[in-house]
Design a protein around this ligand. Structure first.
Ligand SMILES: C[S@@+](CC[C@H](N)C(=O)[O-])C[C@H]1O[C@@H](n2cnc3c(N)ncnc32)[C@H](O)[C@@H]1O
Length: 198
């Protein structure tokens, strides 16, 4: 299967993954105080709903995506937000900020990558998450056992993601998700991982 041309998808408006809002699970995490202040990263942030949801006076929120068009849509929708919110058009795998992050939110990013990019995803997360920082993965589309259906989105589950992070992250919590976007019911799990001291 040919790799997805993400920039072209955004340019032509063929973005079936775009649910038009943040997933309820992110609101749930915020409501229970599980997202710290400080530096927060959203890789593959698309239209950036999650940047707006995470924006708070004591946070530096950074969204990254390959698409200029997605960034333009984000800026048009959110001319002003609390705290610092920056949307960078850059490649996650080569992104090298001056400082790491206290919290990283991955929703529909890992599952969008080709399977042969997963090791690089893992290496990059290890580089970007500060010691004691948290990587939050909202796993969609969750399947257990995983079928051989080709993506994106590629079916994923906790065991699979664990295999990519367990050498550098401790598992904090894994939970079923009660509230999802319509059509994604039963297909999401939330898994939180804390970066160990190197
Ligand atoms: C399935 S979409 C999900 C977008 C958003 N998280 C959402 O839920 O609406 C995956 C996103 O990852 C972006 N992307 C894919 N590969 C990337 C890379 N290497 N670096 C940065 N962004 C990337 C795509 O442009 C796309 O916006």
């Amino acid at each position: 299967m040919a790799p997805v041309d993400w920039r072209q998808a955004w340019k032509t408006g063929v973005t079936p993954w775009d649910a038009g809002a943040s997933p309820p699970a992110l609101r749930g995490l915020l409501d229970r105080g599980a997202v710290p202040g400080g530096r927060v990263l959203v890789p593959g942030c698309g239209t950036g709903y999650d940047l707006a949801t995470l924006a708070r006076e004591d946070r530096e929120v950074v969204g990254i995506d390959l698409s200029d068009d997605a960034r333009t849509a984000f800026l048009a929708e959110h001319p002003s937000l609390p705290g610092s919110v920056v949307y960078e058009v850059t490649d996650f795998f080569s992104y090298a900020p001056a400082r790491g992050f206290d919290f990283v939110w991955d929703y529909t990013f890992f599952c969008a990558l080709d399977p042969d990019q997963r090791s690089a995803w893992s290496q990059t997360m290890k580089r970007l998450v500060e010691p004691a920082g948290v990587l939050a993965t909202l796993l969609f589309p969750f399947e257990d056992p995983i079928s051989d259906r080709a993506g994106p989105p590629w079916p994923i589950n906790t065991e699979m993601v664990r295999s990519y992070v367990e050498d550098a992250f401790e598992e904090l919590d894994t939970a079923e998700v009660a509230h999802t976007h319509p059509g994604r019911e039963g297909k999401e799990r939330l898994a939180l991982w804390r970066r160990r001291e190197p």
